[in-house]
Design a binder for this molecule. Structure first.
Ligand SMILES: NC(=O)c1ccc[n+]([C@@H]2O[C@H](COP(=O)([O-])OP(=O)(O)OC[C@H]3O[C@@H](n4cnc5c(N)ncnc54)[C@H](OP(=O)(O)O)[C@@H]3O)[C@@H](O)[C@H]2O)c1
Length: 248
């Protein structure tokens, strides 16, 4: 099963910048009928909605706010493609005084947020014929990138949620896609000193993966190589990360 982008109706969280904006633009380019563009501040979407008129519907969604998510589902009952893209990485080491609070915030955005959206939109997708859910996870959700230990743990929770949702929603015909990018050139990865993929290339690979029905999407060169190694030996991936930490 797969979801065609042309003619679909999508909702993207964190659509105002970074990968979410690139996904929104790629959806429009490929002929999506309508995109609900979710943002904490919908005014940050004015240029997009002015340019695309009624094909872009700005919608206020803070994924940590249960009422906002319920209200989004009430406004967007025609959605067929839910893209859980919003994410946050606050950084910090294990010995930081506020590390538990940081970890809680990352869990709220990166795991509980997508969980809330899936809870509210599953029945909508089912009643619209099945559709698809995309969770933008990270390679750091497969192996802890210990430069960002608590972010990685929150993404591991999102990865597990992806697997569970896939099993639970298969019966209603909803496909669930996990996306595992490597470094991408956005504000989130500003401090990362590695080669980075462009948000546009990553967005395009994500939509290709949805259309081809690919469950685990590795949308850039680093991710592809990492995914290959991880599928052969999760332990070797862990050891590679530990070696990177040891060499800094
Ligand atoms: N960049 C990378 O290297 C990389 C690699 C792997 C995975 N990812 C994942 O890709 C996704 C997009 O990240 P990005 O690189 O595009 O980062 P970004 O440029 O920092 O954008 C993050 C987006 O998430 C939104 N957001 C943050 N907290 C939110 C909340 N509580 N409710 C709703 N929206 C919220 C932000 O909105 P505001 O403008 O309101 O802050 C923004 O639109 C994230 O899930 C991230 O973890 C990124």
């Amino acid at each position: 099963m797969s979801e065609k982008i042309e003619g679909t109706i999508a909702l993207v969280t964190g659509a105002n910048r970074g990968i979410g904006r690139a996904i929104t633009e790629a959806l429009l380019q490929r002929g999506a009928a309508k995109v609900y563009a979710g943002a904490r501040n919908p005014q940050s979407l004015t240029d997009l909605s002015e340019h695309h008129a009624d094909r872009v519907v700005p919608i206020e969604i803070d994924v940590t706010d249960a009422e906002k998510v319920v209200s989004a589902a009430e406004q967007a009952g025609d959605v067929r493609l839910l893209i859980n893209n919003a994410g946050a990485a606050f950084g910090g080491g294990l010995a930081d005084a506020n590390i538990a609070e940081t970890a809680q915030q990352e869990i709220d955005v990166n795991y509980i947020g997508p969980l809330r959206l899936i809870q509210q939109f599953s029945a909508i997708l089912g009643s619209n014929g099945g559709g698809a859910i995309v969770n933008v996870v990270s390679v750091a959700g497969l192996t802890n990138f210990a430069f960002f230990p608590t972010y990685s743990a929150s993404k591991a929770a999102a990865h597990s949620l992806t697997q569970g949702s896939r099993a639970l929603l298969a019966g209603q015909g909803t496909t669930v896609h996990g996306v595992y990018p490597g470094p991408v050139d956005t504000a989130m990865a500003e401090s990362v000193d590695m080669d980075k993929a462009t948000p546009a290339d990553v967005a395009s690979a994500i939509l290709d993966g949805v259309e081809s029905g690919t469950e685990d999407i590795y949308p850039d060169a680093f991710a592809e190589q990492f995914g290959q190694q991880f599928s052969e030996s999760p332990k070797a991936s862990e050891q590679q990360m530990a070696a990177m930490i040891a060499s800094t």
